[in-house]
Ligand binder design. Structure first.
Ligand SMILES: Nc1ncnc2c1ncn2[C@@H]1O[C@H](COP(=O)(O)OP(=O)(O)OP(=O)(O)O)[C@@H](O)[C@H]1O
Length: 447
């Protein structure tokens, strides 16, 4: 948590011109400490992200399930406590706000949730649900509040007579309209939309997206739009941030990022959707395994354990991609062997698609038995097998890291500016001319 004491909330209520920075997030971290696991590692759900949201824009936030999107959105709303970093809103660090300043700020920011079923209280009428924020903040007289609710019902495409109905009497799309009306009640500037259309049918999705776009235009709203559907993001967002394991891997203007991704993770995500990433050539990039646990993220680049474009040490730069892939799988198996909470056999089976539990030695045979790996590779694999079979998987892991590891395994990458539009990408391949850029790498390896 920042130690900056900011009690001057005068900037709240002022208007930020369109295109100027409204929210500025710096090195934000949200860790969940698990009380049952005293001494265990915290879950690093958000692990040091920085970005701005400009007045009137929609910033998309995408990434695989569990990468920290919801936690980030909730931390911006102060529904979770930040572990470190700052969130400046109109120049005011909101991570330190309290008392009446906090209450004033809460009027300006709102969140719309994914599931309109569970986010609306079924025992309250629609009118009461939408009115509640007005009641809490003591806005105007009761008559004025009711009038405001009627106005909001019409703004989101519902009828005045819906005031006295209950949420369960509405369809999913209508319930999401109720959630949106409630979020708009206090006339916010910034709205976090957490997968607002994911639970809805495709035809309804389009209508809600159109409504959100109209409302943005009418009220000059700024959105953080959390989504896993990349086509929705492309349609609605001005810029997009791609998240992986609590980090923003790439952030920039949406068309540019979709057409010419800079980061290997963005390449991989785009390659997985039906319209393949043109720069990835004809072959889809298939990501191996699942993301590592946010309790035990990699020491170097967060994406290093799965990155198809990982930098190889000099002697191995030109070896066959298939052999390299097998070395990486082998390292993953040995790495898992060193983890207490996941059994080797279970994990190895998953990685290799095998039926029976295997030892490190069996794994090596399965992986390298039928490929023509260079002798120098096999020499190191055999050495690691010996260490692992001597019951020292940690030494095997360290040995393999020394031999096959690179800067991607050891050093956390910096954000690099990768275009004139201020697009940023977190990848060691941008560090120096010594390395091929990710785009060149994929063009060469995935034609
Ligand atoms: N209250 C909590 N306590 C402990 N861990 C949590 C808590 N909430 C989330 N996590 C963990 O933090 C990580 C990030 O979760 P989060 O829900 O933010 O991801 P997400 O990208 O929004 O995923 P999804 O798309 O599935 O909603 C996950 O590993 C999750 O298990």
């Amino acid at each position: 948590m920042s130690t900056t004491e900011t009690t001057d909330a005068e900037s709240l209520g002022t208007d930020v011109p369109t295109g100027e920075t409204l929210v500025s997030v710096r090195n934000l971290k949200t860790y969940y400490e698990d009380n049952q696991l005293i001494g265990g590692n915290p879950v690093k759900a958000v692990d040091g992200v920085s970005f701005d949201v400009k007045k009137g824009e929609t910033l998309g936030l995408v990434g695989e399930s569990g990468c920290g999107k919801t936690t980030l959105g909730r931390t911006l709303m102060r529904l979770e406590e930040a572990t470190d970093g700052t969130v400046d809103y109109k120049g005011l660090d909101v991570t330190t706000l309290s008392g009446s300043d906090l209450k004033r700020w809460r009027k300006e920011v709102q969140m719309v949730f994914q599931d309109p079923d569970s986010s609306l209280n079924d025992r309250m009428t629609v009118g009461e649900i939408i009115r509640e924020p007005l009641d809490v903040h003591d806005v105007g007289t009761m008559d004025e509040r009711k009038e405001r609710v009627r106005e909001l019902l019409s703004t989101v495409g519902l009828q005045p007579e819906h005031y006295f109905r209950y949420p369960h009497q509405f369809s999913g799309g209508q319930r999401q309209r109720i959630g949106i009306a409630r979020a708009l009640a206090l006339d916010p500037d910034f709205v976090v939309l957490d997968e607002p259309v994911s639970a809805l049918d495709a035809s309804v999705q389009a209508k809600i997206i159109n409504l959100l776009e109209d409302l943005q235009e009418e009220f000059g709203l700024s959105y953080l739009f959390i989504a896993h559907d990349l086509s929705v993001v492309r349609h609605i967002c001005d810029r997009v941030a791609v998240m992986y394991l609590g980090n923003i891997m790439e952030i920039g203007p949406v068309d540019e990022l979709f057409e010419e991704p800079a980061n290997p993770y963005t390449h991989s995500l785009l390659s997985a959707i039906p319209e393949p990433d043109p720069s990835a050539g004809g072959n889809r990039i298939t990501l191996r395994g699942t993301p590592p646990s946010p309790r035990d993220p990699p020491a170097g680049c967060p994406f290093s354990t799965r990155c198809p474009a990982k930098i190889r040490p000099e002697p191995y730069r030109d070896i066959d991609d298939d052999v390299w892939e097998r070395i990486e799988v082998f390292r993953e198996v040995v790495r898992e062997r060193t983890r207490m909470e996941v059994g080797l056999s279970e994990r190895a089976k998953r990685l290799l698609g095998l039926e029976e539990p295997v030892t490190v030695s069996d794994t090596a045979t399965d992986l390298f038995g039928d490929v023509d790996a260079p002798p120098q590779v096999m020499e190191h694999v055999d050495e690691a097998v010996e260490l692992a079979d001597a019951d020292d998987p940690e030494a095997a892991r360290a040995y393999l890291k020394d031999e096959f590891g690179s800067v991607c395994d050891t050093d956390r990458p910096d954000q690099h500016e990768v275009s004139t539009t201020g697009r940023m990408s977190l990848c060691h391949r941008h560090d120096s001319d010594e390395y091929e850029e990710p785009g060149e790498f994929f063009a060469g390896h995935y034609e």
